[in-house]
Structures are given as structure tokens and as C-alpha cells.
Write a protein that binds this ligand. Structure first.
Ligand code: SF4
Ligand code: SF4
Length: 313
């Protein structure tokens, strides 16, 4: 392990403005590593896929084997740098758009900075692959192993200071970076607020049934089908299981992902937008993951009421 290189990488990451970072040793998720948080997470993930909880996200099942071994993504990988970037703006998160899609698309923003880290590692003679939702890795589990927090009962990564409103990215590398101690605590304790607040009963402790999740139907599914639960006022994503989480009370608004004006459009305004206007708003936004026709169709339907129409902070 190279302490000087590790310190230089962390200084670079700090200078790039990330909110938190940590390093995990890259290893396969096999029984030889049964003591690691990532191994346990992989076992849960496999059972989740086998139970069909991933709904129509077939790519998750198709990449299961790849997710078991990061060295299959980068030959000779020795370390995974994980970074968190907060997108928290306000505690007034509400429909119709999930807060992560209020500002600029995080993929490009994070990727640009992670590429700087990858370029640095390559100049030191190592291979490096940056990722922001672009590699079949269990990012949340690796973030736990890198000491950044724990996976809560709402299945999101929770950081003690930043809460859950964070983007995760990283760099897989052959550089022998010194790993940080994993985060072994589960600070959810006896809390069950997210499970109780989920209007569609999609959550059980540490497991999400995508077939019941508003975020799945509004973002991932190509169309909203008859078996979808009531989606309430949401058009893109859902924040309820974050809004109610007490660990988000420490989150502080940040300046990078400033909400666009349309972030606060009511549903009725979306319903009267043209397809071209929606396509324009999707440029440079995470909103581009949904087809404009689907956004429009959802906006023009009568919202299907769900059990807890309002969300409380
Ligand atoms: S995103 Fe919404 S529907 Fe999905 S689990 Fe969280 S509260 Fe439930
Ligand atoms: S709401 Fe409570 S149980 Fe759910 S993730 Fe937050 S702390 Fe954990």
C-alpha cells in the first residue's frame, strides 16, 4: 500500500470540492471475504434479484456476476475510491420532481472531476476507471466498506453529516491505495419512519420492492402499467423515504446543484407544456432519463391519491 500516493489522491479529491470520500480495497465478493460489508450486501442483492424485486430493470440481473468482482471491470484493480456529493437544497422536498433532478445533471458534473483524479493516477503509472452510475458495481456497499456510512432501512446510503441526499461516484484503480476502515454501525436503530411513510408499502427493512416504488414507475419503467401502485402527485421520482429520515436533519443546503425554475413547477404546469419544451428542459438534467411522452402523460392524468398525500419533514 502506498501511503504517500493515498494522501496525494485524497488531497486532490478534497481540492475538487467533494463532500466526503473514502477508499475500499477492491476484492471479489466471495466467501474468502465473508467478513466484509460488501460480501453481505452482495448476498442480499442476489436474493433481491432472485425474488424479482428489481421489477423490469433486467440489466440489474444481467450484470449480477460482474457486480461480484470489481477486477472484472478493471484488470488488476486494487482499490476503489468512493466520493459523495450532496445535492440537498431545502427540507421542502415535495412533488412532482424528486430533489436530485432539480438542478444540473450530476453525471457530467461528477464525471468531469473524477476524470481529473483518474488522469492523475494514470500519470503515476496506474490504470483508473471513473464511474458515476456507469459501472456494474454495488456503489452503496463499497461506500460502506470505504467508511462513508451505512445502508439504511430505506436502502439508501446514509452519511452521518450529509444524510442521504448525496450522489455517489468513484474511481476504480490498479493503484495500491490504503483502504479506510469500513463503517460497521447501523444507526437506524429502532426507527422505522421510512417504512411507515412509504405510501405504496414498497419498503421492508433494508429492502425495496421496485414493483411497488413510485421512483421505479416514474423513472425506470418505460411506461406506467396497470399493476403500478398509485403514484400520487409525483412525476419523476419520490423523496418521501428521505424527507422523513431523521439523519437528514444535519444536511445543509449546498451551492452546486441549484434548482432550475421548472423544479418548482406544479403538476398542472407540466400538463400544459409541449413535448418540445419538455425535451428542452431535459437537456443537461437528470430528467432526461424519462421519455417526454411519459412525463406528459403522467402530468395529464388525474393524480392517483395515495395514503399519505402530504410529506412532512
Ligand atoms: S421512493 Fe417513495 S415509493 Fe419508493 S420506497 Fe421511497 S417512499 Fe416508497
Ligand atoms: S427513516 Fe429511520 S429507519 Fe429509515 S433510513 Fe432513516 S433512520 Fe433508518
Amino acid at each position: 500500500m502506498n501511503l504517500a500516493l493515498t494522501q496525494a489522491v485524497k488531497a486532490l479529491v478534497r481540492g475538487l470540492g467533494f463532500d466526503a470520500w473514502g477508499i475500499a480495497a477492491a476484492h471479489p465478493l466471495t466467501e474468502a471475504y465473508a467478513h466484509t460489508p460488501t460480501y453481505a450486501a452482495y448476498q442480499r442483492y442476489r436474493a433481491w434479484i432472485e425474488g424479482g424485486h428489481h421489477a423490469g430493470m433486467r440489466y440489474l440481473a444481467e450484470t449480477l456476476a460482474l457486480r461480484q468482482d470489481p477486477t472484472r471491470l478493471l484488470e488488476g484493480a486494487q482499490a476503489i475510491l468512493l466520493v459523495l456529493q450532496s445535492y440537498f437544497q431545502t427540507r421542502q422536498a415535495r412533488p412532482p420532481l424528486a430533489q436530485y433532478a432539480w438542478g444540473a445533471d450530476y453525471h457530467a458534473r461528477l464525471r468531469l472531476r473524477l476524470q481529473i483524479v483518474a488522469d492523475y493516477l494514470e500519470r503515476q503509472g496506474f490504470a483508473a476507471r471513473p464511474f458515476v452510475d456507469t459501472a456494474p458495481l454495488l456503489e452503496k456497499a463499497w461506500a460502506v466498506e470505504a467508511g462513508l456510512g451505512w445502508i439504511g432501512k430505506n436502502t439508501l446510503l446514509l452519511h452521518r453529516r450529509l444524510g442521504s441526499y448525496t450522489f455517489i461516484g468513484g474511481v476504480l484503480t490498479t493503484a495500491p491505495l490504503l483502504p479506510d476502515p469500513p463503517f460497521y454501525q447501523d444507526l437506524c436503530g429502532t426507527c422505522n419512519r421510512c417504512i411507515e411513510a412509504c405510501p405504496t408499502k414498497a419498503l421492508s427493512p433494508y429492502s425495496l420492492d421496485a414493483r411497488r416504488c413510485i421512483a421505479y414507475w416514474t423513472i425506470e419503467a418505460r411506461e406506467v402499467q396497470a399493476e403500478a401502485p398509485p403514484l400520487g402527485e409525483w412525476l419523476f421520482g419520490c423523496d418521501i423515504c428521505q424527507v422523513v429520515c431523521p439523519w437528514n436533519r444535519f444536511a445543509r443546503p449546498q451551492g452546486e446543484f441549484v434548482p432550475a425554475a421548472h423544479a418548482f413547477w406544479p403538476r398542472e404546469k407540466w400538463a400544459t407544456a409541449s413535448r418540445g419544451e419538455i425535451k428542452r428542459l431535459q437537456r443537461g438534467s437528470a430528467l432526461r432519463r424519462a421519455r417526454p411522452e411519459k412525463l406528459l402523460a403522467l402530468a395529464r392524468q388525474n393524480p392517483s391519491p395515495h395514503r399519505s398525500g402530504a410529506i412532512k419533514g
